[in-house]
Design a protein around this ligand. Structure first.
Ligand SMILES: [Fe+2]
Ligand SMILES: [Fe+2]
Length: 335
């Protein structure tokens, strides 16, 4: 199995797929002859990722460990609380979640739009036969296009908007923008002063992305559980089921993102980096230094800050309802 690929190869789609069309709109990926969903640009990309992963393991390395411990933290509203709101006709919260998720996905397009520095000059030895030697040869571009789309073919952002409109009907609630990010207190602080800032920036971006992508699964599963609740969206059951199917396709695409990010970081961990003062430092040490604090932030501190913020917004929204106090009590009981 080859370990060196051209960008053109890494961008190839599977041939002969039936087009992925939802509500008259062309989306990325397609359907195999058996009807199952095939993620986009995966013909060579997935096999290449598998080959690089096998080579990494063969050398004694491993993809960066990411397991369910990354899924911790409070979540508000939870699935049952969302159902309470929807049963009382308070659909705006779930609508907003779907809109905001789509808009955050759209931001992922920056992976395709930004020119990232090559890691090669900063690592001892040859990386041309590794995944991290291909980040700027199609891997990050494909990832960005999966999130934010290319040409007029819809990607994750459009898939969320279409799923939302299927469940609620177009324009059921006003458009909304993602809230201001709650920044990590350490934001802007240098963690890897041995490296040029743009290389630290790339490593920290990959780690941040992995955490975000991995944790997105919680929200995706919750969305599907809500959409598939039999006594919700009763006039639009078939559309709500289709919306849940679309989320399934997004999840299939995201699996490639999570496994590729774990691979890139596993390769970085086994590498030796060149420092700005002419010395070297182990990649493992650099990654551990950043990763542990990031995980603590993402699984403990940030979720509780976000939940507090959400609670205030939701309380105000529920209390505008004539039966607000009773609904809020029911909401709290579902925690
Ligand atoms: Fe995505
Ligand atoms: Fe993703």
């Amino acid at each position: 199995m080859s370990l060196v690929y051209t960008e053109a190869e890494l961008m190839l789609d599977h041939p002969g797929l039936a087009p992925h069309v939802v509500a008259g709109r062309r989306m990325h990926g397609g359907f195999r002859p058996d009807g199952s969903y095939q993620p986009p640009r995966a013909l060579v990309r997935e096999a290449a990722l598998g080959a690089w992963r096998a080579a990494l393991v063969e050398r004694g390395g491993a993809p960066l460990a990411a397991d369910s411990s990354l899924l911790g933290g409070v979540r508000l509203p939870n699935v049952e609380q969302s159902r309470v709101l929807l049963r009382h006709g308070l659909g705006e919260t779930f609508w907003n979640t779907l809109t905001i998720t789509g808009k955050i996905e759209a931001r992922g397009r920056l992976l395709a739009d930004i020119a990232f520095p090559s890691l090669a000059p900063h690592i001892v030895g040859d990386i041309s036969d590794k995944a991290i030697g291909h980040l700027d040869k199609g891997l990050l571009k494909s990832h960005g296009w999966d999130e934010g789309g290319v040409d007029d073919i819809g990607a994750h952002d459009q898939m969320w908007f279409v799923a939302r409109d299927l469940a609620f009907g177009e324009g059921a609630y006003p458009d909304v923008n993602p809230p201001e990010n709650i920044a990590r207190p350490e934001a802007g602080q240098r963690f890897m002063p041995e490296l040029p800032p743009e290389i630290e920036g790339l490593l920290s971006l990959l780690m941040n992305l992995l955490v975000i992508e991995f944790r997105a699964e919680i929200g995706f599963q919750a969305t599907q559980d809500i959409l598939r609740t039999p006594d919700l969206f009763v006039d639009r059951r078939a559309q709500a089921e289709e919306a849940a199917e679309i989320v399934d396709r997004i999840r299939a695409d995201e699996e490639i993102h999570v496994s590729s990010l774990r691979l890139y970081l596993g390769e970085c961990a086994e590498a030796t980096f060149r420092t700005v003062d002419g010395d070297t430092v182990s990649g493992q040490e650099l990654i551990d230094r950043f990763w542990n604090g990031l995980v603590r932030w993402a699984t403990v501190d940030q979720p509780s800050l976000v939940a507090d913020q959400q609670r205030a917004v939701l309380h105000e929204r529920v209390m505008r309802h004539p039966d607000g106090a009773a609904i809020w009590a029911e909401f709290e009981a579902a925690a």
